[in-house]
Design a protein around this ligand. Structure first.
Ligand SMILES: Cc1ncc(C[n+]2csc(CCOP(=O)(O)OP(=O)(O)O)c2C)c(N)n1
Ligand SMILES: [Mg+2]
Length: 375
């Protein structure tokens, strides 16, 4: 992995007058050296630093991934029982990305996600109860029950959606990052999106501005090889997504998205680079969804053998194998972990079900018009 040619600047330096001058000087230098245009900077192989791989740390990662998977399995039950309506997109198979990336962020950073965001929201620390309540349409839901599965939102966790429009979160993330930059903070914005978003204009406009303005943005592309039923090669003229991001003049790396430790390492390194002021960094997470695109999708466009092949690299099973082999993790430990997670979800769901539905009289509350709020 290679860093950008420009000398990193601290956020403090960037915020002052001198910082502005230095920024311009740095940009001219980039233009002069032409380094921005060098796509060979993608995919270079500098190793990322090792985070703590202490047993406790790995057990925590395992627990976080298991929580996401079991949470989503409960969502399937709720949906099948008719209690959850609308669209539901599961991230089963992609949990390592959620958990590994969020371990590198601080509570002050912002996160912008897609409609496949249950895992991102849980990894960000939104309570399972608020997510269940949201999906059940209760006022106690994180979006007052008005958003549902695709629109989880919680400003107190700096979790800015949940966006149903493909690539819709990218301009939001750019605006947040620009605001952070103008305020001179050292916060960053982590924007997660799918491979399909890279075929949208919003990605290209965002990537251009973020790189041009050296915004503190971490782009995380969850490349699960499909956009609904369309495989990667039928949606992109060039399927090397990291190289395309690098062509905008930003650092871009490919990461094994099924290995939570690899994700975490890459995320830590990327976050450090963004905070050091190198501008945006792009991570292409190679991952796979084990379930259909959404609960409505009959999943007829891919070979069952392909799905089974990817399941051999199930991120939870991979880490479980490692903690068994290296940390002496036993069947009893696994059973206890499962019980803990099941209890947490039982309690969260029971509490969510107690929540009230929004009264009809409140339905126009928070609805705004060009002349202001309706009520
Ligand atoms: C602008 C826009 N176009 C089309 C859709 C319909 N749509 C919903 S999800 C999706 C596929 C997106 O795939 P990807 O970005 O790879 O994310 P994934 O579902 O694989 O996580 C499409 C085309 C949409 N929601 N928004
Ligand atoms: Mg996809």
């Amino acid at each position: 992995m290679t860093a950008r040619a420009a000398k990193p600047q601290s956020a403090k330096a960037r915020s002052g007058k001198d910082g502005k001058a230095a920024r311009h000087a740095s940009r001219s230098k980039k233009a002069a050296t032409g380094k921005r245009q060098d796509p060979s900077r993608a995919h270079a192989g500098e190793p990322a630093p090792e985070p703590s791989e202490a047993a406790g740390h790995r057990h925590g990662l395992l627990r976080d991934m298991l929580l996401i998977r079991r949470f989503e399995e409960r969502c399937v039950e709720l949906y099948s029982g008719g209690k959850v309506r609308g669209f539901v997109h599961l991230c089963i198979g992609e949990e390592a990305v959620s958990v590994g990336v969020h371990r590198a962020l601080t509570p002050q950073d912002a996160v912008v996600s897609t409609y496949r965001e249950h895992g991102h929201a849980l990894a960000r620390g939104l309570p399972a109860e608020a997510l269940f309540a949201e999906m059940l349409g209760r006022v106690t839901g994180c979006s007052r029950g008005r958003g549902g599965s695709m629109h989880l939102f919680d400003a107190s966790h700096r979790f800015y959606g949940g966006h149903a429009i493909v690539a819709g979160g990218l301009p939001v993330a750019t605006g947040l990052a620009l605001a952070d930059r103008m305020r001179g903070t050292d916060r960053l914005v982590c924007c997660l999106f799918g491979d399909g978003a890279m075929a949208e204009g919003e990605f290209h406009e965002t990537a251009n501005l973020a790189a041009l303005w050296d915004l503190p943005l971490l782009f995380v592309c969850e490349n699960n090889l499909y956009a609904m039923g369309t495989p990667l090669a039928r949606e992109h003229a060039n399927i090397d997504l990291a190289a395309r991001a690098a062509s905008y003049g930003m650092t871009a790396w490919v990461v094994d998205g099924m290995d939570v430790l690899a994700v975490e390492r890459a995320a830590h390194k990327a976050v450090r680079a963004v905070r050091d002021g190198v501008g945006p960094v792009f991570l292409e997470m190679r991952t796979y969804r084990f379930r259909a695109h959404s609960m409505y999708d009959p999943d007829l466009y891919r070979d069952k053998a392909e799905v089974e092949h990817w399941k051999e690299r199930d991120p939870i099973a991979l880490l479980l194998g490692r903690v068994r082999a290296e940390d002496g993790f036993t069947d009893a430990d696994e059973e206890r972990l499962e019980e803990e997670v099941a209890l947490q979800l039982d309690q969260a769901l029971a509490a969510a079900e107690q929540g009230e539905l929004e009264p009809v009289s409140d339905l126009l509350k928070f609805v705004s018009t060009p002349t202001g709020e309706v009520s």
